[in-house]
Write a new protein. Structure first.
Length: 476
């Protein structure tokens, strides 16, 4: 944020000293996506299922991208508020509820009208993290920075502040529905605490220790499932053995996928294999067991298509397919602000968005621009680039990655070939390249870093771009 403000101030200072007639608008090239939440809904007009993606845009507000995955087409719907949304949930009445960040509001999207119809404020809160349906028919969301639980009434869209019962925690990071209509809430980061909110009594009570680990859960067939455990829906006591089929133990660890689980269907992940079990069935079903490009499956359609997001792309695994198909998300995002701007030796402009972990380049002579796909597997954002030997070297948060990209060679990030990470500094404790990167007179890359969360300190890295060998000068 600070870097973005400084960048804007710098442009304003330049503009104030240059005759307006010499300024030319080159375009709005930064178009990266940053998908934070997903769901599947039925198009009310056609009955076709749509893969809905919550996309971040700090300039023109959050976006909902509706992707017709069978036809590989899509459309964007710009929101009236929010920079983005971690919280996305379909609720009765042909509606999606969207919980935003930076302004912390509940938004209502009408699936019949295909438009946003309401913005409901939660005063004092800037993030709504995720959503759960309460037994009283209201939608509950946890917040930051107040560490509160809020309730959205779906009849009149009023918001009730249910309080901050676990100070000094700033986050109510997870909320999960329980079979009896109560809501399990997990608060952190100062003093991790799990409490259960009863909407009938409007009261918080301690959660049993076994479900107090902050792992999201879901309701299935009257049970509460979370991690690799099943709990009785009335007593919340663990049920052993698990009363329905689970993945074969000889194939390794597995866990429930709470995001995809519904009240009549539970999903279980074991490595790259995804299983589904419907209440009342004799056996579970293997949905798919294929490589998904080091990304997880987010949704499964009624017809058995498995869907997921990988940076600027999404993938599909058709029923019975032996491989996943990676596709660019077929919607162009609205223009976004760039976190940095550099001029390459060949005159091209290079930049990258706040979050999205991508780069863009523009030829100022032709005004042509290109947005890349994700440059590394770690989530986050590119802070800066430098140039050497015809290649681009990016420094990125949050993996502390130094990434080499050769624009003259074919793109192959999936194969970890181009772009490729030449140094991963998170293993040394450094994750944020706050001071950027430059090429020194010796041809090496010099970058300045801040340390990991919960610690103080910084370092300068000196990297040989040919070998990736890196020297660290810590706390200079």
């Amino acid at each position: 944020m600070i870097r973005g403000i400084m960048f804007t101030m710098a442009l304003a200072a330049i503009a104030s000293t240059v005759n307006a007639a010499t300024l030319e608008l080159l375009g709005r090239p930064c178009r990266a996506k940053n998908i934070l939440a997903t769901c599947i809904v039925k198009d009310r007009a056609t009955g076709r299922e749509m893969f809905v993606l919550s996309d971040m845009n700090e300039n023109s507000h959050a976006e909902l991208l509706f992707v017709d995955f069978e036809n590989n087409t899509g459309r964007a719907y710009r929101a009236p508020a929010g920079a983005g949304a971690w919280a996305l949930k379909e609720v009765p009445g042909d509606r999606l509820i969207v919980g935003t960040f930076y302004d912390g509001v509940f938004m209502v999207f009408d699936l019949k009208k295909m438009e946003f119809v309401k913005v409901a404020n939660f005063p004092g809160e800037t993030y709504i993290w995720n959503l759960a349906m309460g037994g009283d028919g209201r939608v509950y969301g946890g917040t930051y920075p107040g560490g509160k639980l809020g309730a959205l009434d779906l009849n009149d869209y009023t918001v009730e502040d249910c309080g901050a019962p676990a100070p000094p925690n700033l986050y109510c990071r997870q909320v999960s529905e329980l079979p009896d209509g109560r809501t399990l809430c997990y608060f952190n980061t100062e003093k991790p605490t799990a409490l259960i909110f009863d909407p009938a009594k409007k009261k918080f009570d301690p959660a049993p220790p076994a479900i107090s680990n902050g792992v999201q859960g879901a309701v299935f067939d009257g049970y509460f499932v979370t991690g690799r455990q099943v709990f009785d829906g009335k007593t919340l006591e663990e049920v052993r053995p698990i009363p329905f089929p689970t993945p074969p133990a000889e194939k390794g660890r597995w866990s429930f996928n709470a995001h995809m689980t519904t009240r009549d269907t539970v999903y279980m992940q074991q490595g790259q294999a995804l299983y589904r079990y419907k209440a009342g069935d004799k056996d579970m079903t293997l949905v798919c067991d294929v490589d998904t490009f080091r990304s997880g499956i987010d949704e499964v359609s009624a017809d058995g298509w498995a869907l997921g997001v990988r940076g600027q792309d999404y993938f599909v695994v058709k029923p019975g397919a032996k491989a996943a198909e990676l596709r660019p998300i077929p919607v162009e995002s609205g223009p976004r602000q760039t976190l940095f701007l550099r001029v390459a030796p060949d005159g091209r402009l290079w930049g990258g968005p706040t979050f999205g972990q991508t780069l863009w380049w523009m030829d100022p002579r032709t005004k042509k621009y290109v947005n890349t796909s994700t440059i590394c597997d770690s989530g986050g954002e590119v802070y800066d680039v430098a140039f050497a030997n015809g290649k681009v070297y990016a420094v990125a948060y949050a993996g502390g990655d130094i990434v080499e990209y050769d624009p003259s060679q074919p793109w192959n990030q999936i194969g970890l070939a181009n772009p490729r990470v030449i140094k991963h500094l998170a293993t040394n404790g450094y994750i944020r390249p706050e001071a950027g990167v430059t090429t020194g007179p010796d041809g090496k890359l010099y970058a300045g870093w801040l340390t990991r969360y919960g610690a103080y300190g910084g370092a300068v890295s000196i990297t040989d771009p040919q070998t990736g060998d890196t020297e660290l000068i810590e706390n200079p």
